[in-house]
Design a protein around this ligand. Structure first.
Ligand SMILES: [Zn+2]
Length: 321
């Protein structure tokens, strides 16, 4: 089974393992299991089980398939397999790589979920054929990854590319400083991710904000979401327009600054929240164009992520070859 590799996408809710064709990126078998218990021991057990199941679905032993790659929603020390911080799992300093190697009797490579998604896009998606790529995903969180010279650039400790945690300052003085899931105040993610936008709109509805978002969510602030803001924006709502202009300014400027610094040939934007909000995406592109250096913008191409939810398992499977 030399042509097959196994990759795992470990989120806060599910573990998903796939057997991936090394030559084509096609997924030959996939298993997804809900994480009922997020303790490291229980999660390792679930991951090991899903890996064994996909291996047996393609008629192989896991150890016949080379290194198992695993992408984790959190900060990882790629070289040691330690997960420094995975807020969705409630983990700090978990030696995932060695725990999983023991459970599988198999070599394991741990990386950040966005890094593996970038690698999946590089091998079989929107970054194919490019050796310098910046990838930014805006979904429930904000994540990024960098490919330089055809290699995943994870930095000295494996925590590079974390565009969600660069510090930003909104231009409107009435916007209050917001705390990020990482614990710091003022991260890009705290102002621009789907979860954080929903929380902010909920608070502002409760404080009496005048906006058509209120009628879109039928008076139920608990249903506030980025999609509701996008809809209100389409109806010409002043609150939604001001909010989207602020979010687009922060995202567009951060992506432009990263582009000016790194000079990628391609920028890939992904994530359900950003790709699901066409008006916001248009504004982000406008702010990007206004802020990126002219020299870094020359010859630069933009693309949406192609592989969707499969990028993680494909990239993880192919991390080591
Ligand atoms: Zn943060």
């Amino acid at each position: 089974m030399a042509g097959i590799a196994i990759g795992v996408d470990l989120g806060g809710t599910n573990a998903r393992a796939a057997a991936v064709d090394r030559a084509t990126g096609a997924i030959r078998a996939v298993r997804k299991e809900r994480l009922a218990d997020r303790s490291p021991e229980a999660v390792v057990e679930v991951v090991a089980r899903t890996v064994r199941e996909v291996a047996s679905a393609v008629g192989a032993e896991p150890r016949g398939l080379g290194t198992v790659g695993i992408g984790v929603a959190g900060q990882c020390l790629g070289s040691t397999g330690v997960v420094l911080n995975a807020p969705n799992l409630g983990w700090r300093d978990v030696a995932l790589g060695s725990l999983l190697e023991r459970a599988l009797s198999q070599k394991v490579r741990v990386a950040n979920d966005l890094s593996v998604a970038a690698w999946g896009e590089m091998r079989f998606g929107a970054a194919r054929g490019f050796s310098d790529v910046l990838l930014v995903f805006v979904g429930s969180g904000v994540g990024g990854a960098v490919i330089l010279g055809g290699r995943l650039h994870e930095g000295a400790r494996g925590v590079g590319g974390e565009v969600g945690h660069v510090k930003v300052r909104p231009s409107r003085p009435e916007t209050k400083p917001r705390r990020c899931g990482c614990g710091a105040v003022g991260c890009l993610e705290a102002y621009t991710s789907g979860v954080n936008i929903a929380a902010r709109v909920r608070e502002e509805l409760a404080a009496g904000a005048a906006t058509r978002v209120r009628e879109i969510v039928q008076g139920d602030a608990g249903r506030a979401s980025a999609a509701a803001v996008e809809e209100a924006f389409g109806r010409g709502d002043a609150y939604a327009i001001a909010l989207w202009e602020e979010v687009a300014d922060l995202l567009g400027t951060a992506v432009a600054n990263a582009t000016t610094l790194l000079n990628p040939a391609r920028v890939i934007l992904g994530g359900g929240m950003l790709l699901g909000c066409a008006q916001l995406l248009r504004l982000v592109r406008q702010r990007f164009d206004a802020q990126v250096s002219a020299s870094a913008a020359m010859g630069l191409s933009f693309e949406r992520a192609h592989l969707g939810d499969d990028a993680g398992v494909i990239g993880a499977a192919l991390l080591d070859g």
